[in-house]
Design a protein around this ligand. Structure first.
Ligand code: AMP
Ligand code: ZN
Length: 464
């Protein structure tokens, strides 16, 4: 039985889909005005682990993720310029070119990270009319009002405003910026639709003149369109709790007159050197930058899986190095299992499997599940263990089928000093571009029964 932590109740709850065996799930996607950084990607790894666990447990999934390509202003609370417009100016391109480019890089990143793509990916700009209809319906029900610069949601009409973040209205006001827009009835009222100045680069016709949608309305609109008025799970990062998701709840529940999402699940933040990760501080990294430094996307995935999704994760290169080493060692050890002639008895296998399932079903305790995997590969050596590891990998998504003969701590100690010395000599020779000498040394190494291979992650020594 899967239990998940529901932000709304602040409790772990038993998970049960609303209808049959299919889980309807919505995940807030990226705003494609810039590269996704590894913090953003941690949140999508969490989404992926959830999807994989649900599938492992036998559920079908209808998952929707949005791509925000309009309406997300520099502050989540509707202040500042549209992020897409800022990027368009910065790069001298149209917002559509910007969105295509960064969405493309995002897909490449998530593919490399083995993040399975949600069944439906919905772009905000493809749903402008749906959003206009949604705003109209809210206005008709008395929840929206017009000011000179847009249509706003009247939070005083929605009595449960704040129930997700459990902030009271005073705290909400404290979070809202000092008011520029005095026409708003309440400082925390938020834009459903913004009227556009003539020079604004993205604008559409609407009953309120030319304009563009607010950021929050896209998620209420697209989740309803693809998943229905009520669905099972909504995910996002913790930063979405106090504003974006609070506003989504207000919009959706005001329209439907009922609770629209059963489980709200949020991934904790990734920090850098225990502080905030942000582009302005220059301490963000992208997957391609990690690759240039010699790490793979899966090294980073492994790093993330070592922390529970509801715990802050501090990114350091020492931590990533350790994860890389441990991941490579895991692949090396699994290769020994793959090629082992031994078998393991059913009962033992069933015990490991149960421990693994208990871990993942306990609110996705992946660090614990990885612990089970490590324990099992240490206690036993057999082909059956390898097969069970592949089964577990349906959840981990670490490409454990790529287990290969790599240097691992287990074999490292077997490598004689002589061989290590030759490997170092060969590296020196290569550095000096003396390739003939390097080849000669390589031959000496193989004569000693070892093979040295150059991989993009460095030199590997294996027993030939
Ligand atoms: P954005 O593209 O800014 O809308 O963010 C995409 C996703 O990344 C959202 O779900 C955010 O909650 C999440 N996010 C932003 N910063 C971080 C971080 N440092 N660690 C983890 N998730 C983050
Ligand atoms: Zn959203």
């Amino acid at each position: 039985m899967l239990k998940v932590y529901n932000t709304l109740s602040r409790k772990k709850e038993e998970f049960k889909p609303l209808v049959g065996n299919t889980v309807r799930m919505y995940s807030c996607g990226p705003t494609v005005y810039n590269y996704a950084h590894i913090g953003n990607l941690r949140t999508y790894i969490f989404m992926d682990i959830l999807r994989r666990t649900l599938r492992y447990d036998g559920y079908k999934i209808k998952g929707v993720m949005n791509i925000t390509d309009v309406g997300h202003l520099l502050s989540d609370r509707d202040d500042g310029e549209d992020k897409m417009a800022t990027a368009a100016k910065r790069e001298q391109k149209s917002p559509y070119e910007i969105a295509d480019y960064y969405a493309g890089v995002f897909y490449t990143d998530i593919d490399k990270l083995n993040i399975s793509r949600p069944e439906i990916i919905a772009k905000a700009t493809d749903h402008i009319n749906d959003m206009i209809e949604y705003v109209k319906a809210l206005v008709d029900k008395g929840y929206g009002y017009e000011t000179s610069d847009g249509i706003y949601f009247d939070i005083s009409k929605f009595k449960e405003y704040g129930k997700l973040s459990r902030l009271n209205l005073d705290e909400q006001i404290a979070g809202a910026r000092v008011e520029v827009n005095s026409e708003k009835r309440h400082p925390a009222d938020f834009a459903l639709w913004k009227k556009a100045e003539p020079e604004h680069i993205m604008q559409w016709e609407s009953p309120w003149g030319m304009g563009y949608p607010g950021w929050h309305i896209e998620c209420s609109t697209m989740s309803k369109k693809y998943l229905g008025d009520v669905f099972d799970i909504h995910t996002g990062g913790v930063d979405h709790i106090p504003v974006h998701h609070e506003n989504e709840i207000a919009q959706s529940e005001a329209l439907e007159d009922k609770k629209t999402v059963d489980y709200w699940m949020h991934g904790e933040f990734m920090l850098v050197n225990n502080g905030k990760m942000s582009k302005s501080l220059g301490n963000t990294y992208r997957i391609s930058q990690l690759e240039e430094m010699g790490y793979t996307a899966l090294d980073f995935r492994y790093f993330c899986l070592n922390a529970h999704y509801r715990k802050k994760l501090n990114f350091t290169f020492d931590g990533l190095d350790a994860a890389k080493k441990s991941y490579e060692r895991l692949l090396g050890v699994l290769y020994q299992h793959k090629t082992s002639p031994n078998s393991t008895d059913e009962e033992k296998l069933a015990r490991y499997k149960k421990e693994f399932e208990d871990a993942i079903n306990d609110d996705l305790n992946i660090p614990m599940a990885l612990g089970v995997l490590w324990k099992m590969v240490r206690e036993e050596k057999s082909k059956d263990i390898y097969k069970l590891a592949l089964d577990m990998d349906k959840v981990f998504g670490l490409s454990l089928d790529k287990a290969k003969a790599v240097e691992s701590d287990e074999t490292e100690s077997d490598i004689p000093d002589e061989v290590t010395a030759l490997v170092n000599e060969r590296a020196e020779a290569k550095k000096a571009k003396n390739y003939a000498l390097a080849d000669e040394i390589r031959a000496k190494i193989s004569a000693l029964g070892y093979a040295v291979t150059d991989t993009k992650d460095g030199v590997k020594i294996t027993k030939a």
